[in-house]
Design a protein around this ligand. Structure first.
Ligand code: PEP
Ligand code: CO
Length: 444
């Protein structure tokens, strides 16, 4: 059953939310044709490797660390920013491996995270109404008719930047930079004298000792230490783009070859909706954001639609309730899923339920709220008898000032110092590392 009536375009017959209205259909079609003919960003073999790693997660032997920008921007596609994102995620994963003695599956919100859902199609300022900014893959942030007009060519620019980003990520993760024999690549910068950086330095020192020991006793077995696995993900939002990157592999079904895994956002997760329809048909592992409006019945139906064969690792439920709601919301949903006997992975996104505006109108999140939601998530899953097997974060490897609190004790007054996100506030380098240490404690 299930896939009988699915095709890469079957979503077009469903209710489709959050899409731009392209004024020029001809140039749209030219772009889509080009996209569908480009060599893919990832391969089906890589997607299958992620699938098998997520089976390990489902078996309780590994944990998922997913993180990156809320929204990548074209301007930020540069060597340093990519290097730092990769570095912070790999460093966090080392801390988690040391703390949990589990393998960590690393997934970036990277190399394609360019489309954003918006609360309104239109933005009005001083009596002027223009289409909302939907991410660099659609239009531009500046408030002029020119910049806000959805331009299909932006999809090509986004694809090219995704390819450049992924090319660099692959080069870095295949050796040299990611080689654990060279811990000098692994130093924490601009976080010199915090308790976190000292703990991290101790961890690196003991890791280097273990590596030297292992090389003496088992010199052949350490090739894996020279490289790391790193997977890519983005929200499956702009469905014409996703459709164009959908390819069939003989005998193996349909794959989206624009990313290793995709997720469905909280705003576009409706049962009869186009996004669920698109995602149910591809072999890539799928994430589903679960927010406060989700009911247990709806969730069970979504699980049936998205994972009809009950494949372990196929579907990750990424809950994002907010620190004040998780106790009210998660227990009933987790109990219902547990009672159904269906195999899902549970991940916690402690970011999207904790966004607030300062009195001055700046979007921020408090480090303490983020940590509290994470700690509650671990507790609740333990109580219910389900397992939290991943976290999903918005973070950057740079020293930005977007979230308050953390080791540097950022206050609201500090936010204006280096606030760069055009959408949601991200954890900075130091805050991200501190989360990794706190998480490692929870997992021990
Ligand atoms: C996001 O992950 O950037 C996002 C928009 O999340 P959600 O769909 O959970 O609101
Ligand atoms: Co976001």
């Amino acid at each position: 059953m299930g896939l009988v009536s699915w095709s890469p375009e079957s979503w077009q017959a469903k209710v489709v939310l959050q899409q731009p209205a392209y004024p020029d259909r001809d140039s749209l079609n030219v772009v889509l044709r080009q996209l569908s003919q480009f060599p893919p960003l990832v391969t089906a073999w890589e997607v299958d490797r992620l699938r098998s790693q997520l089976v390990e997660v489902a078996n309780g032997r590994a944990f998922v660390l997913q993180g990156g920008d809320c929204s990548e921007s074209f301007d930020d596609c540069g060597a340093n920013s990519i290097l730092r994102k990769l570095k912070v995620i790999i460093q966090m994963s080392l801390v988690l491996i040391a703390g949990s003695r589990q393998r960590i599956v690393r997934i970036g919100r990277i190399a394609g995270q360019y489309a954003k859902p918006r609360s309104s199609d239109i933005e009005s300022r001083n009596g002027v109404s223009l289409p909302s900014y939907r991410g660099d893959i659609v239009n531009r942030a500046g408030f002029t008719p020119e910049e806000r007009r959805p331009d299909p060519a932006m999809m090509l620019r986004a694809f090219e930047r995704s390819a450049m980003t992924l090319n660099f990520v692959r080069a870095l993760s295949e050796g040299g930079f990611a080689d654990l024999h060279h811990p000098e690549n692994w130093d924490m910068e601009f976080v010199r004298n915090t308790p976190g950086s000292r703990r991290y330095q101790e961890l690196l020192d003991s890791l280097s000792k273990s590596i030297r020991f292992m090389e003496v006793v088992a010199p052949a077995g350490l090739a894996e230490l020279k490289r790391v696995d790193f997977f890519t993900s983005h929200e499956a939002l702009l469905l014409l783009y996703e459709q164009a990157l959908t390819r069939t592999e003989r005998h193996r079904g349909w794959y989206n070859l624009g990313a290793h895994t995709l997720w469905i956002g909280d705003r576009t997760r409706a049962l009869g909706g186009a996004h669920v329809e698109y995602c149910r048909g591809v072999r890539n592992p799928i994430g589903l954001k679960v927010g406060n409006s989700m009911t247990a019945d709806e969730l069970l139906e979504l699980i049936q639609l998205l994972n009809p064969d009950d494949e372990p690792g196929r579907l990750t439920l990424i809950h994002r309730f907010g620190v004040d709601s998780i106790r009210d919301r998660l227990p009933a949903l987790a109990s219902a899923v547990r009672a159904s006997g269906r195999s899902v992975l549970w991940s916690c996104d402690p970011m999207h339920g904790n966004t607030r505006a300062t009195r001055g109108g700046i979007k921020t999140r408090s480090f303490d709220d983020i940590v509290s939601e994470l700690v509650s998530a671990f507790q609740i899953h333990r109580e219910i008898g389900t397992r939290l097997s991943g976290i999903h974060l918005e973070l950057t490897g740079e020293d930005v000032t977007e979230c308050t609190g953390g080791p540097g004790n950022l206050t609201e007054a500090d936010l204006s110092r280096d606030y760069r996100s055009t959408v949601d506030p991200r954890l900075n380098y130091e805050q991200s590392m501190e989360i990794a240490f706190l998480l490692a404690e929870q997992m021990r």
